[in-house]
Design a protein around this ligand. Structure first.
Ligand SMILES: Nc1ncnc2c1ncn2[C@@H]1O[C@H](COP(=O)(O)OP(=O)(O)OP(=O)(O)O)[C@@H](O)[C@H]1O
Ligand SMILES: [Mg+2]
Length: 857
């Protein structure tokens, strides 16, 4: 290898980063620059420095050949720990259960981003643990080739690296084609969040060019003038300088050397390609053959495959490989057994372009067959084998392998990779449907494809795409039970679109076709109908259907599905106001789920039990449930779950009047939201903290938090939250006697609230406006506002909210001296809350009633 030249500035920055990482302030760097400028070389050079100063160093190259989610991350972890790659493949606990419960499965898909966060968190915890003991430098070369899972991990890491003994560097080329690509978007976001430093490498200047030239051609006397010409021809790009110098070294004399420099009037890249080919031409036949095969196999390739694919004796092959390595074409990948890679894509491109198309097809076919023979059963190689078959013209086989790889990607919640492969499959779809319409195996494959495509589209909330794809599968399907499952999936997507009637219609039609004894499918369809009614707000009907679905589940020998049915039933009953029965059903679900150790599901049930206990005003019990849920979520790394649990517990402390504790919890929530980068949760946490300070009448602090929440809300376009917070700020101004500002803000909030179309926000804001007017002693206008809010709640059957507005109205009537009206309302409200047994409200109402009876004997 040629001696290292220049790059002092960049090395200094990286070394500063290394020292920071050593003291626990980890850093992330991206090294960018055009192809051949020296990105890879820079990290190699820096890696040496790290190792010399006792920093453990891992370098991994990303490669296109393998569409495997998190591949590089797993490779790094495998190198850093004793954990084997394949055990890293298992998903976090509680994720792999399949119950035959179609809607639950789809729900899981819809929560894909949340689940992905769990996976990312799990990886992060590995890194945190390793870097507790030693400082580690991780370099990922060519991250433009990384899968989307890996990119999201890099993003996740960037938010957390600052407190770790870790240094991370990624390289990527600056190319037009990459604009708006996933990698550029990821880095842009990390950069906006100020969690990285981007180092852009420039080509060499003339001095550096000279140094490199002298270093390569050490026995040659290179005239000063020639350096200038080399600099001009290569633009100072180290890769080109090297190639040019190597070609010159092949010349006989200085005279030829000058002739050579005049060679080719071509533009640089084409020129370089010619230079490369010229040099390749001088290789012996064996080496040339090996190089061609390498180009077909891709940027990295396995020695075993190469050995079988070339018609060469092993010693000859080894000679050829050594020769190619000495000439700088290929190199061994460190720490990996018998895997080689090309030093440059430019070389692959050049060599590959010289292979004739028919021969290419043959070579890809052979490559596909061999990799299939050795690694065909390993899903990691699915994408690679698929690519070779497609390139060889065997679309059917290629499609099949892609299908496996894409399914694997989705199972690992790497949606973008799945989509990428699905796109490729869609492209070749016409090729494989020709003349095979009646073939059963072929039909099955297509059904699988449409099903996967539908699942993937559901995952990314492309509901129309999902429906269309499931319908394609439905058309090919003849089995009525499979049809039932597909119908549930279609219905769930209509539900997500808010098309309840449509969803109900197709489910009803389907339910009539399913045979009596197909309990599982019937139960799925009826359960889904229950969900439709729940979404419409018809809880009585919803519970009816849940009950039917539950009865069918009981006849199945499938406890896990039964538990889901209990859970659904209990939750439905809770919404329909039958808290006691709801609790019993949830407890049944809990018992089964515990027996099967379904962690995530247990946490889900605990959470809903917490809600019931809150309604029942058994606050200690509620806290107990939420805390149990939180513990499980923490264990399995489901930070969204942890966040929700914190939120719920904080809400209870707030109800109990313990605002300090509520704030403390909300702050933990805030910290987690920042860790996961969930801006929605971050905003809710900030608003929650603001609200607590508001209750404590610490208006400045409240304002500060509200303001931050608002900023976030505006950034992510959450109008609902922005309007609601504006309302609270308005109220605060009114309480300080600052009415001008209060009225202005509340009007802003209301018009924004109307824009959002959420009736509950609007009603909440109208109530707020009423309170402001009441404080300002404009009682008639206040009454008008309360009545408007009340009407909205009544129209939408939001009974509890209506009651709370009624309570405000009663207090207003007290202020207005309309005591009889106030009394009547208070009694109605009291009866309602007594029925629900909500103690905190009962207390408040009784207090008002007492005051009334004192002043009005
Ligand atoms: N600072 C340097 N000193 C000496 N040689 C260098 C230097 N930088 C790059 N080179 C040489 O130039 C060639 C190209 O460099 P490198 O592979 O690092 O480029 P790259 O930016 O990673 O390109 P790509 O985008 O294709 O991955 C290599 O053979 C490398 O050894
Ligand atoms: Mg490189």
């Amino acid at each position: 290898m040629t001696p290292f030249v220049g790059r002092n500035k960049e090395l200094k920055i990286l070394i500063d980063g290394m020292n920071a990482a050593k003291s626990g302030n980890g850093r992330m760097y991206f090294i960018a620059g055009e192809t051949g400028v020296g990105k890879t070389r820079l990290i190699e050079e820096f890696a040496k420095i790290c190792e010399e100063s006792g920093v453990r160093t891992i370098t991994v190259k990303c490669v296109t050949e393998k569409y495997v989610p998190y591949f590089p991350i797993k490779q790094i972890l495998e190198k850093l720990t004793d954990i084997k790659y394949d055990t890293l493949d298992t998903l976090p606990l509680g994720l792999t259960v399949t119950t035959g419960d179609v809607s639950a499965e789809l729900d899981r898909l819809k929560e894909a981003t949340r689940t992905r966060t769990m996976i990312l968190e799990r990886f992060l915890r590995f890194f945190e643990k390793i870097t507790e003991k030693e400082t580690v430098f991780v370099a990922l070369d060519d991250i433009q080739l990384a899968d989307s899972g890996t990119l999201s991990f890099i993003h996740y890491l960037s938010r957390n690296i600052a407190h770790m003994h870790m240094l991370f560097a990624g390289t990527y080329p600056l190319e037009h084609a990459l604009e708006n690509s996933p990698v550029i978007n990821t880095i842009r976001n990390i950069n906006i969040e100020r969690n990285c430093t981007i180092l852009k490498l420039e080509p060499f200047n003339i001095d550096e060019t000279g140094k490199l030239v002298y270093a390569i051609m050490n026995t040659w006397k290179v005239p000063e003038k020639a350096i200038g010409e080399i600099y001009e021809k290569t633009g100072g790009l180290p890769l080109y300088i090297e190639e040019l110098c190597r070609a010159i070294v092949g010349q006989e004399s200085v005279q030829d050397f000058y002739e050579f420099l005049k060679f080719g009037e071509l533009e640089i890249p084409a020129h370089i390609k010619n230079l490369i080919l010229l040099r390749v031409d001088k290789l012996d036949e064996d080496a040339k053959q090996v190089l061609r095969w390498c180009a077909v196999l891709g940027k990295t390739f396995n020695y075993r495959i190469l050995k079988e694919i070339c018609a060469l004796e092993e010693t000859q092959l080894l000679d050829a490989i050594e020769h190619l390595m000495a000439e700088g074409y290929i190199r061994e990948i460190p720490n990996e057994d018998e895997v080689y890679s090309f030093t440059h894509t430019a070389i692959i491109d050049a060599v590959y372009s010289k292979i004739l198309t028919p021969r290419r097809k043959l070579m890809h076919k052979r490559a596909g067959e061999l990799i299939e023979k050795h690694f065909g059963s390993d899903v990691k190689y699915g994408g690679e084998i698929g690519k070779h078959y497609i390139a060889s013209g065997d679309f059917e086989k290629g499609f099949r392998y892609f299908l496996n790889a894409a399914e694997n990607a989705l199972n690992n919640y790497a949606m973008e990779d799945c989509i990428q492969m699905l796109d490729e499959m869609e492209r070749i779809l016409p090729e494989i449907t020709k003349g095979l319409e009646d073939d059963i195996a072929h039909n099955d494959m297509l059904k699988r494809y449409y099903l996967l495509n539908g699942n993937c589209k559901s995952c990314i909330s492309d509901f129309d795409g999902a429906i269309a794809s499931y319908e394609n599968a439905l058309r090919l399907e003849t089995d009525v039970l499979a049809k039932a499952n597909l119908t549930v999936k279609i219905a769930m997507n209509y539900l997500s679109k808010g098309m309840f009637e449509k969803a109900l219609a197709i489910l009803t039609e389907m339910s009539e076709k399913i045979p009596e004894n197909a309990y599982l499918e019937r139960s799925n369809v009826l359960g889904c109908m229950g969900m439709c009614y729940e979404k419409i707000g018809d809880f009585t009907r919803a519970v009816d259907y849940y009950a039917k679905s539950l009865e069918l589940c009981k006849r199945l020998d499938n406890e896990i599905a039964l538990a889901s049915a209990y859970h659904r039933m209990g939750t439905g009953m809770c919404f329909s106001g039958d808290l006691k029965s709801g609790k019993e059903f949830l407890e049944k679900a809990l018992e089964i789920r515990k027996r099967h150790n379904l962690k995530r599901e247990i946490a889900g049930t605990y959470n809903n039990l917490g809600i019931i206990y809150t309604y029942l005003c058994d606050l200690d019990k509620a806290i107990e449930c939420y805390t149990a849920a939180k513990k499980i979520y923490e264990e399995i790394g489901d930070l969204s779950g942890v966040s929700t649990a914190y939120n719920n517990i904080a809400g209870i402390y707030s109800m109990m009047g313990n605002h300090e504790r509520a704030i403390e919890l909300a702050k933990s929530d805030l910290e987690i939201s920042r860790r996961t980068g969930n801006k929605h949760y971050e905003m809710y946490a900030l608003a929650g903290i603001g609200h607590e300070y508001f209750e404590m009448k610490e208006f400045d602090r409240a304002m500060e938090n509200f303001q931050k929440a608002m900023e976030l809300g505006k950034e992510i376009g959450e109008k609902r939250m922005v309007s609601s917070i504006t309302g609270q700020i308005a109220l605060m101004h009114a309480m300080k006697g600052n009415f001008v500002e209060a009225y202005k803000l509340i009007e802003d909030a209301i018009s924004l609230g109307r824009e959002t179309g959420f009736w509950d926000v609007l009603a909440e804001l109208l109530t707020g406006k009423g309170t402001i007017l009441q404080i300002d002693k404009k009682f008639e206008e206040a009454e008008d506002c309360f009545l408007q809010a009340l009407q909205i709640y009544r129209e939408t059957d939001a009974e509890e909210s209506a009651m709370s507005v009624n309570f405000e109205l009663a207090r207003l009537y007290i202020d207005m001296g309309r005591k009889n009206e106030a009394k009547a309302i208070l009694e109605e409200v009291l009866a309602y809350y007594t029925k629900l047994n909500i103690k905190s409200m009962i207390e408040k109402i009784n207090k008002e009633l007492e005051l009334l009876s004192k002043t009005n004997p």
